[in-house]
Design a protein around this ligand. Structure first.
Ligand code: PLP
Ligand code: COI
Length: 349
């Protein structure tokens, strides 16, 4: 373990985008002959794997996305990290990979954050330290079978907002002709193969004037699923908040938290259910795209079949429901108020 140096890098924290910025250390553990190594901090940004690795050929890899934030009193906070550990376990199960034990996952995350203390954006900067735990199938291989070895790695990078703009800015989404995930495919786990296929949809969405692609269900193209990097929540009249129920979307930790805040703190009636996009759209008051990177990004409009469809309460600006949810969530994440749910976990420095 390294000794934490309590100084900060000379970085223009307020102008960071969502880009890779090299930091000093990453945590790496390897799985070989049926056992995990203890894991260690290293400095190399490069992964060395066998040319036959399943992660390179057959997409046998998975990852997670989390953030560490500095609280006003200087504490460094993670947000529900045990849920990321559990989701990576589910990804491992789905892709027949060696599972990363929760203890190893959490230790790797905390060590990578602690060792890169100087890169954790200060309180009030609007930036956060993005954490990318990843698991790769490695080792000599050719045929279609799970890897004999694995590398678990956690790297971090200071980041600003995912979508251009600062704080809460309205975004637009576009439905393209591409599907993200099949009902019994891998959509519900966080694996690289779910993303490469979406690059073209994102490119088209951007060319059409949107920030990102929005996906409908692959089987019928009628029900709402999720955006390329975020789940969807929708407010309806009568203090209701709904979110799509589907076996093909990633179970977002941000979404689960937002739904609970809506129910327990805003007294909203919440429901996870199939949402028919065209038939129900006229009822949508506000929509939010939620995820670690996206936080809650209010959605102003959706392009569908060449027509821009606007949310009732977001034409002029950010609507009140998304604003309240954003405030409640980010205040908990940044330790600005008491954490009634016990969601934040402090990284001891
Ligand atoms: N959906 C997809 C496809 C994602 O990549 C992400 C980001 O992780 C999310 C949803 C949001 O999940 P979470 O809130 O756990 O970050
Ligand atoms: C996240 O929100 O953590 C993501 O992984 C989204 C995207 C950058 C893939």
């Amino acid at each position: 373990m390294t000794t934490t140096v309590l100084t900060k890098e000379d970085i223009d924290w307020g102008n960071l985008g969502f880009d890779y910025k090299p930091t000093t250390y990453r945590f790496v553990a390897t799985y070989k002959d049926g056992a995990w190594s203890e894991g260690e901090l290293i400095t190399s940004q490069t992964v060395q794997v066998h040319e036959g690795s399943t992660s390179l050929h057959y997409g046998q890899q998975c990852f997670e996305g989390m953030k560490a934030q500095t609280a006003k009193d200087g504490r460094v906070l993670l947000f529900r990290p045990e849920l990321n550990a559990e989701r990576m376990r589910q990804s491992c199960e789905r892709l027949s990979m060696a599972e990363v034990p929760e203890e190893l996952f959490l230790r790797g995350v905390k060590e990578a954050v602690r060792a890169n203390y100087s890169f954790i954006p200060p309180y009030g900067s609007g930036a956060a330290l993005y954490i990318r735990p990843m698991l790769l199938g490695t080792g000599e291989n050719l045929g279609l079978r799970p890897a004999p070895e694995y590398e678990f790695r956690v790297f971090v990078s200071p980041v600003g907002p995912y979508y251009k703009g600062t704080g809460l800015s309205l975004i637009k989404l576009a439905v393209t002709d591409y599907d993200r995930a099949a009902p019994s495919g891998t959509g519900a786990v966080k694996v690289g193969g779910n993303y490469a296929g979406g690059f073209i949809a994102t490119k088209i969405a951007k060319e059409l004037g949107a920030n990102e692609a929005l996906y409908l269900d692959a089987a019928t193209r009628t029900y709402l699923e999720e955006a390329g990097s975020a789940n969807i929540v929708i407010s309806l009249s009568g203090n209701r908040l709904i979110t799509p129920l589907s076996p093909a979307i990633l179970p977002s930790i941000t979404r689960r938290s937002v739904m609970q805040i809506a129910k327990d703190e805003l007294g909203m009636e919440t429901e996870e259910r199939p949402i028919h996009f065209v038939n129900e759209f006229s009822e949508f008051e506000e929509m939010g795209a939620c995820g670690t990177a996206a936080v809650i990004s209010p959605v102003q409009a959706i392009l569908h079949k060449n027509e821009w469809m606007y949310m009732k309460n977001s034409r002029e600006g950010v609507g009140p429901v998304m604003q309240k949810l954003y405030n409640a969530l980010t205040q908990i994440q940044k330790g600005e108020r008491t954490d009634p749910f016990g969601w934040t976990v402090e990284v001891e420095l």
